[in-house]
Structure formats: C-alpha cells, structure tokens
Ligand binder design. Structure first.
Ligand code: NAD
Ligand code: UDX
Length: 459
C-alpha cells in the first residue's frame, strides 16, 4: 500500500509508543514507524505483551500494528524514508558535570540530531516531542546544519507532549490543547502547518495553539511546574491540617469550588512522582539560574523541596504513632507505581518510603497490581527484610501496618474486616492519599494515620 506521508518517531517509550499509536489510528493514510535503539523494547511493542501498561493502548495497537504502524530498530532506514521525524527520546536530569542534578541531559537528543544529519538525503521536518530546555531547537539546528554537504533543508518544530501516564490514550484522543511552535518564517510556518494537518484529523482546530519556538519549548516546562506546584501547595496544607483538626480533603474540595482555582490537582498525597515533574522543575530552576534569575530559581526549587518534605513526613509520622519504632514489624506497602493505572515507578514516592522503612529495620512487603516487576528492580540493592506479594491479603497478613501509597481502585474494594482479623494488633492503617473511609476503618478496629487529617487511635 502506498501512504500519503511517512512519519517516523525516534524513541519508543511512554510518549513515543502511545502518541504514535493514536497518530496511526487517526491518520490511516499515513505510515507511522516508531524506532528505538532498545531491541527488547521494540520486540515487546511487536508482541502481545506491550512494554508499558496504559488503559486502552493494547486495543489501539492491535487495530493499527502491521497496517500503518510499525516498530523497528533500523533507525537509518527510517530517517531516510521519513517526511517528518518526531524526536521522543529521554531527557533525564544530568548526573554528571556542569548542571549535575538539575540540567537536562541532552546527549540522547544530540545523538538523534547527528543521526538525522548522517542519514537524511532529502528535506525533513524535525519535531521536538521530548521535553527540552528553552532554546534547544537552536542547538538541534546547529547540528543539522553543521555539515550539510547534501544541501538539505531542515525545519525544527516544537510539539511538546502533555499526555499523562495512566490516561495517555484518552489524553491523546481528546487533548485539552495541542501546542506547535515554529520559526516565524515562511518555511517555519509551512512546517508548522504540516504538523497541524496531522492533528486536524481528530483535534478541533481551535484546540491547536501555534506559537514561536521558544514559547512552545518553555510552555511545556511551565505547565509541569504549575501542576506540581499545586500538588506541593496542597501537600503543605496537609501538614497544617494534621496539626489543627482541619481535613485536607474538605479544604481542597472547598477551595476547588472557586472557579478561579478549580478542583483538579488538589489531592494531597505522599508526594508527586513520575519521570517528569521533578526533572522538569529542576530544569526550569537551572535555566532561571543560567539567565541570572536566582529568585525565580528559588521559588520553583521550593516546590521540589516541599515534595521531599512530604515523603519524609509520611514515614516520620507513621513511625512516631507506631510507638516510635517499626523495627521487626511487618509493614504492607499498598501501591508502588507513581500513580494509579500505570506500572511506571520512576521517581515513585514508594521507593523512598520503602527505603526509609527498611533503614528503620521494618519487614517490608510490597504489593501493587501493575508495578511489582519495576518495584523489584528499584529495590534490588536494598538491604533488609524485603518481600513482594501479588495478593494484598497475603501482604497484610501478620502486618502491624498497611501503608497506602498509591490509591489503586482495587484497594477500596478489599474486605478490610478480613484484613484486620489477619493482622498483628494494634493494627495501623496509614493512608497516604485519603483513599479509604477513615471512620469506617476506625470502627473496624484500625488505628488511623491519614495524610492531611487528625489521627484516630484506639486507647
Ligand atoms: P522513555 O525513557 O520511556 O523512552 C525514551 C526512549 O528513547 C527509550 O526507549 C530509549 O531507548 C530511546 N532512545 C534513547 N536514545 C535513543 C536514540 N539515540 N535513538 C533511538 N532511541 C533512543 O521516555 P518517555 O517517558 O517516553 O519520555 C520521552 C520524552 O518525553 C522525555 O523528554 C519526557 O520528559 C517527555 N514526556 C514524557 C511524558 C511521560 O508521561 N512519560 C509526558 C510528556 C513528555
Ligand atoms: C505529568 C503531566 O500531568 C503531563 O501533562 C505531562 O505530560 C507529564 O507529566 P504524569 O507524571 O504522567 O503527567 O502524571 P500526573 O497525573 O501529572 O501525576 C504526577 C504525580 O502527581 C503523580 O505521582 C500523582 O499521584 C501526583 N498527584 C497528582 C498528586 O499527588 N495529587 C494530585 O492532585 C495530582
């Protein structure tokens, strides 16, 4: 079959896979090829066991794979064939050298740019889909035009991705907005129009925002910083609620009813996790510092500091109510993924909580419906009494406490009378996300330590 256009995405991860699967579904006359250096990942995308869990994703991939969606490792060939190349490789925080611990590590993006230059033999549009520091397009262009003997024209466009894990397919199918930044030249605007015409297959035109390149690049970092800032704000208030008898869920609901504030992202938690928030805020902090704006940098850095405080506080409060020691006590950790509906554990608060509990010599048993394999990897170097259980009832048996870190729906449906009966006494329920009805569980006999509200202990 001949296709109208060939889109290639370099990077078959949490963004590249789901976003291109939806492109393929909605643009059946386009050929979409997703390439990666990781052969195992590509094999998994070509199998019945996709490398990531996302609600609805299996279905979209089944409908498109082999028809107009392809996963491959032949990156040079894909680059040659492509009309448009989306770059969706990882941009983690640098762990070395200048900017260590804050700046984005751009080596993977740079390698991709060099590979495009080496393999392209006709004009290409290169789209930044990875989250990048503002003005990265300048660097990419610098590389693409560094040795351009073939006289190829490259247009660099920014199209940051706003999907959230756990709702990636729905977010792609029905985005709040699509953002496309381009050079404000004739060629740049033409390239921008090419990207618009992909999304126009299913996204209403008034949801597609176009800007200059730098606004688009910066917007992505700012969007994540604002979302994370809301979580840190409500988490800071959760600490105050615990001291005053106020209930953070009630406070969040009441402030969220103000239409200027709105109800979303006001759920107190053990802290925000995930591969994006911390990394992107630290990147913003680094950029602000680099431009000589220390006050701006400090303001945003405090969002990350509050998150670390929240994780720390969760364990401190638990230990303190459990008679100041958890040594030798079995603690069942319910939920390890960084949020519900994903198996992803990158920067999951549960990692820190488990490590802290192990350092207090607790016996830690972790359960999670989707993230146990990743949990095993994350904790593989930990010393201490650490086990994993598929079944939450098994995890809770003989435990002194259940610590709910990730608010999976299935944990609401468990038989807590049965769980209580199987636990050591006094039995503690430490609810990091106000998932369960504290009053009901207290009546069953649990001591309740719930984030953002007063504790409830039986005498
Ligand atoms: P990921 O780690 O899941 O996937 C990145 C993939 O790129 C990996 O499979 C890796 O093997 C591949 N890769 C690295 N270098 C390569 C190269 N030279 N050639 C080919 N493949 C290469 O990362 P992700 O979560 O998909 O994130 C990708 C980007 O999107 C990041 O910049 C991230 O900040 C951003 N983002 C992520 C999310 C999210 O929810 N995860 C949401 C929006 C934006
Ligand atoms: C985030 C952004 O939402 C998304 O737009 C961007 O593209 C990538 O980063 P993601 O990290 O996948 O997405 O999930 P998100 O729903 O934003 O949650 C991030 C963290 O914040 C999770 O740990 C979640 O549990 C936590 N959170 C979220 C809260 O603690 N309280 C809330 O009210 C909302």
């Amino acid at each position: 079959m001949s296709f109208d256009k060939h889109i290639v995405c370099i990077g078959a991860g949490y963004v590249g896979g789901p976003s291109m699967a939806v492109f393929a579904l909605k643009c059946p006359t386009y050929k979409i090829t997703v390439v990666d250096i990781n052969q195992d990942r590509i094999n998994a995308w070509n199998s019945n066991q996709l490398p990531i869990f996302e609600p609805g994703l299996d279905d979209v991939v089944l409908q498109t794979r082999g028809k107009n969606l392809f996963f491959d490792t032949d990156i040079p060939l894909a680059i040659k064939e492509a009309d448009i190349i989306f770059v969706s490789v990882n941009t983690p925080t640098k762990t070395f050298g200048k900017g260590k611990g804050k700046a984005a590590d751009l080596q993977y993006v740079e390698k991709v740019a060099r590979s495009i230059l080496e393999n392209a033999d006709r004009d290409k549009i290169v789209v930044e889909k990875s989250t990048l520091p503002v003005r990265t397009a300048e660097a990419i262009k610098g590389i693409l035009y560094s040795n351009n003997e073939k006289n190829i024209r490259f247009q660099v466009v920014s199209n940051p991705e706003f999907l959230a894990e756990g709702t990636a397919v729905d977010d792609m199918l029905d985005p709040d907005r699509v953002l496309i930044g381009s050079e404000q030249t004739e060629e740049g605007l033409k390239a921008c129009q090419e990207i618009i015409s992909i999304y126009e297959h299913w996204v209403p035109r008034d949801k597609i925002i176009t800007t200059n390149l730098w606004s688009s690049e910066l917007t992505k970092l700012v969007a994540n910083a604002f979302l994370a800032q809301r979580v840190s704000s409500i988490n800071s208030i959760s600490a105050l609620c615990e001291k005053t008898g106020a209930n953070v869920s009630e406070v969040a609901y009441a402030i969220g009813r103000d239409r200027r504030i709105g109800p979303k992202f006001l759920r107190a938690s053990v802290g925000f996790g995930g591969s994006c928030f911390k990394k992107d805020i630290l990147n913003l902090v680094y950029i602000a510092e680099s431009y000589g704006l220390p006050e701006v940098a400090q303001y945003w850095e405090s969002v990350v500091a509050m998150n670390a405080y929240q994780e720390e506080r969760f364990v401190d409060r638990m230990v303190s109510f459990m008679f100041n020691t958890v040594a030798g006590k079995r603690i069942a950790v319910f939920g390890f993924a960084f949020k519900v509906n994903t198996g992803d554990t990158r920067e999951a608060p549960a990692i820190h909580v488990c490590k802290r509990l192990l350092s207090e010599h607790a016996q830690v048993v972790v359960t999670d419906p989707k993230a146990l394999d990743n949990a095993r990897l994350d904790l593989k170097d930990c010393e201490g009494d650490l086990t994993f259980a598929e079944d939450p009832y098994e995890a809770a048996r003989d435990a002194h406490a259940i610590a709910i870190i990730t608010g999976w729906d299935e944990y609401k449906k468990l038989d807590y009378q049965k769980i209580f009966d199987s636990m050591a006494k006094p039995a503690f329920l430490v609810d990091g996300c106000q998932l369960l009805d504290a009053d009901q569980l207290y009546d069953l006999g649990f001591n309740i330590i719930s984030t953002g509200r007063d504790h409830k202990m039986h005498a």
